[in-house]
Design a protein around this ligand. Structure first.
Ligand code: 26Q
Length: 830
């Protein structure tokens, strides 16, 4: 999608490492196959071809990468550091081809070599270094930062095993380790020389520094681990900027283990090596109780320590005094996972670089900003104080000092205000003391933000209300966004082409341009083309579903899709109650006039989250019974699409007619899948929760299927006492659905299997399914009617896409840059 000028320039470059024309790409691929894989075309495997193409593309990033680094260094640019324990990047190859603007050229080059690009793309193992929304957000933000030419470094952890691969056996989720590095990773560069020591354990002692003439603290650790940098280039779209994603791997320092400490005790030394290298072995799942997760805390400290040491190194190269550190760097904390960066920067500045406390605190407080991603109280990070004391004794001292000074400041601010000061404390008192990471993150940051309007409001009024009362100016809302490059241009090329033919290419970097499609929404010719694209995507998904599950689905049915982590608050089981109700209706009346639907579920459950896994089992059990029932006559089909990851997501979003966003109001911070669906022309059925609220405002209430209690009503009912039994008794269809589950109908007669789920729904259910059931059913009825008027549906689908401009991650990053980080683009010339 390049303009003619750049295309000409590209074609004139015949260098085999940089040229972008078809012939030079061909030559480069063959070269790599020969000299790197040691293969020639006749015997090369698909994976050999994949690697040859990957290296060919990587070559084309290198020159831009170096130019970018040189430019930033020369200009002494202010840099954003995104600190995130997760990056859910998805496959690189197609993204880099897209961002280089050479998809057509590469397709042709491979054709001429008798290879199929799509087939090669299938070879790539995606780096699943994240759980879900938060990790994917970090990846979208890296794409936008590079595309907007913002100097930025992403810092994180190079997990050897990312999020598990999900298989379904007998309806249950089975976890398979994700050995993504098995075949090597062509997208990273190990930086052998770039390593830092990270200390753990031991004790601290005070000593008099005669040179500096002041007391200092020395931390004597009992263990040292090395962090080695692995760099992945992040290419912006249509620009020369290549930013850095720097992930840290833990290794044992040879000298430390083998000589100084374990002389003569070989096995203990090997043991220590294993323990050290364990730190970056595996990604922790969310929704998992934190108890006993020592290793998780080690991971968090390990990566922030490496990252800050690296930032200090880069800063000191510029020859300025460390009291100006925050002038050159802004560091964003992606939730509280990297919050130990706050005491760590204090420690580095004070203990290692001899700054005084007050100066160090000014620097620290002006460096960090914190993004909150959750309102669920059980998901707020708290670490046992005893664990910190043992693992990071110096940091605990610093945290205490930060807290004491902060509490005094709070007392001065609170003067005359009736408020419980203990709620502000970083330390939670009790039988077992805890460190509250959100409080630490707030105290050490100059800004804190929520990720959607309602979420930010609840943050201010609820979760962090005391902080908000005292420091309202630090709070802001930064609505999430998603990259239109990966989630439209790359994953839905047909739709992208259709859009380009109407409005050109500017929308890919300025998503508001999609507005121009609004004028075409009622154009019947355009509607037909739009329907054709959707149908093609649905057929492609149907093929994939056939291949993965054996299930045959009807591409003309309404594709009703819920794809996201499995969690009770996201209410996949409410979706199921709708399906079971439709089933009951069909069984009572096989001639019932029902709009044909295919219900698709996809998502992983945390391995230790019993109820979420039971929900997966129920989905598959319902699918089993319904899909085999001839009374249903294929009017409804239920499919569980296994192993939801970025690669699979890219096939799922384009095929959806209806996007299920049905969390209990007030529980979903934002959601970003909702945006990806809508950008691909799905209509949304949803509650007033998270980003659904903004999506509805943008696309128009008349173009959004709204149902359910609003947040305030949820709170009110909960305060009065939620009585699920009343809904059950008053609603025959609801009762029938629940009873059918309880009867063992879906479990080969086993009445115990789903009892835990039903019992929760009937008693304490904090997500109040029953209270939203009827409203959801009515709304689904409206959906079914609407889908029958396909032209009207298509009109609304076009309007949805046309009005999704604000959900671009470019918009989000623009707001972070202007309002929080104060950074400006630094264009890179080749
Ligand atoms: C914490 C401690 C120990 C182990 C694991 C964790 C952990 C890891 C990941 C806790 C939470 C997460 C991930 C949270 C997450 O993905 N939140 C989602 O963030 C999205 C981006 O802002 C929002 O759109 C979603 O609403 C929110 O659920």
């Amino acid at each position: 999608m390049n303009d003619n000028h750049t295309r000409k320039k590209q074609q004139s470059d015949s260098h085999s490492r940089t040229g972008l024309g078809v012939d030079v790409l061909k030559r480069a691929i063959i070269d790599h196959l020969f000299y790197e894989q040691g293969r020639y075309p006749d015997v090369a495997t698909i994976n050999d071809w994949y690697l040859a193409v990957a290296h060919t593309v990587r070559d084309r990033l290198v020159r831009r990468w170096i130019s970018t680094a040189q430019t930033y260094k020369r200009e002494g640019s202010r840099t954003v550091c995104y600190l995130s324990a997760e990056y859910l990047l998805g496959p690189h190859l197609c993204n880099n081809i897209t961002n280089l603007g050479i998809r057509d050229e590469m397709t042709q080059a491979l054709q001429e070599l008798n290879q199929d690009l799509d087939q090669l793309l299938e070879q790539e193992q995606e780096p699943g270094l994240g759980n879900g929304g938060l990790g994917r957000l970090a990846a979208c933000y890296m794409d936008s930062l590079a595309s907007m030419q913002i100097p930025a470094i992403g810092y994180g952890i190079r997990y050897e095993f990312g999020i598990f691969d999900q298989e379904i056996r007998d309806g249950w989720q089975v976890e398979k380790t994700d050995n993504w590095l098995r075949h090597g990773n062509p997208w990273e560069l190990r930086r052998h020389k770039l390593t830092f020591d990270v200390r753990f354990g031991g004790y601290t002692e005070q000593f008099m520094d005669d040179v500096e003439n002041r007391f200092r603290v020395r931390w004597v650790p009992d263990r040292i681990v090395n962090g080695i940098a692995y760099d992945t280039p992040i290419l912006g779209y249509g620009v020369n900027t290549v930013n850095l994603l720097r992930l840290w791997k833990a290794e044992a320092p040879e000298s430390f283990d083998f000589q100084a400490f374990n002389l003569g005790d070989y096995y203990a030394a090997v043991d220590k090596k294993v323990v050290s290298e364990n730190i970056t072995k595996i990604l922790y799942p969310n929704d998992e109780p934190i108890a006993g997760k020592q290793l998780r805390l080690q991971q968090q400290y390990f990566f922030v320590s490496c990252s800050l040491q690296d930032m200090l190194r880069l800063f000191l190269q510029q020859g300025e005094g460390l009291d100006k550190f925050h002038v050159k760097f802004a560091a964003q904390l992606n939730d509280t996972h990297p919050a130990l960066a706050i005491p760590e920067l204090m420690r580095l500045l004070i203990d290692e670089h001899c700054l005084d406390w007050d100066t160090a605190w000014v620097v620290t407080r002006n460096t960090f900003a914190y993004t909150n991603h959750t309102l669920l109280p059980e998901a707020l990070e708290r670490w046992p104080l005893s664990l910190l004391e043992e693992m990071l004794p110096r940091h605990l001292q610093i945290i205490y000092e930060i807290n004491d000074r902060f509490m005094d400041e709070a007392r001065r601010r609170m003067y005359g205000i009736d408020m419980q000061i203990s709620r502000l404390s970083i330390i939670e008192e009790g039988e077992q003391k805890h460190v509250r990471m959100a409080n630490l993150a707030f105290v050490g940051s100059f800004a804190v933000n929520g990720v959607a309007k309602l979420h930010t409001e609840l943050l201010k009024q609820d979760v962090m209300q005391d902080f908000y009362r005292l420091w309202p100016e630090r709070f802001s809302n930064k609505p999430n966004g998603v990259t239109p490059r990966r989630f439209v241009l790359l994953s839905n090329p047909g739709l992208a082409r259709l859009i380009r033919d109407q409005i050109g290419c500017e929308w890919t970097t300025n998503l508001d341009q999609l507005k121009q499609l609004g004028g075409l929404a009622s154009d019947t010719q355009f509607q037909t083309l739009w329907q054709q694209e959707k149908r093609a995507s649905k057929i492609a998904l149907a093929d994939l579903i056939k291949q993965r599950t054996g299930e045959v689905i009807n591409p003309d049915s309404l594709f009703d899709i819920q794809a996201k982590r499995i969690h009770e608050y996201k209410r996949q089981h409410l979706n199921l109650l709708h399906i079971i109700t439709l089933y009951n209706r069909l069984k009572h009346n096989p001639d019932a006039d029902i709009t044909p639907r295919t219900f698709v579920f996809a998502g992983k459950a945390a391995p230790g989250y019993k109820m979420a896994k039971l929900i997966i089992k129920l989905i598959n059990s319902v699918a089993y019974m319904i899909n085999r029932d001839s009374d249903v006559n294929d009017l409804i089909k239920v499919v569980f699409f296994p192993n939801f990851n970025v690669k699979n997501a890219q096939k799922i979003y384009p095929a959806a007619d209806l996007s299920e966003q049905i969390s209990t109001a007030g529980k979903e911070a934002s959601g970003t899948g909702n945006m990806k669906f809508s950008l691909n022309g799905a209509l949304t059925i949803g509650t007033l929760d998270g980003a659904n609220i903004e999506i509805r405002e943008e696309v128009g209430a008349e173009n959004f299927f709204l149902f359910g209690l609003i947040c305030k009503e949820i709170y009110r009912i909960q305060a009065e006492g939620y009585r699920p039994w009343d809904y059950y008794q008053d609603n025959l269809e609801l009762k029938d659905s629940i009873d059918l589950i309880s009867s063992g109908f879906f479990s080969h007669g086993d009445t115990q299997l789903f009892k835990p789920l039903v019992d929760t729904l009937m008693t304490t259910d904090p997500y109040m399914l029953m209270a939203d059931y009827q409203s959801y059913l009515d709304c689904q009825q409206t959906v079914s009617q609407a889908f029958r008027r396909i032209d009207e549906w298509t009109r609304i689908s076009i309007l949805n896409v046309a009005r999704m401009g604000r959900s671009s991650s470019d918009r989000a990053i623009g707001e972070y840059c202007n309002e929080i980080w104060k950074v400006k683009p630094v264009p890179v010339e080749l």
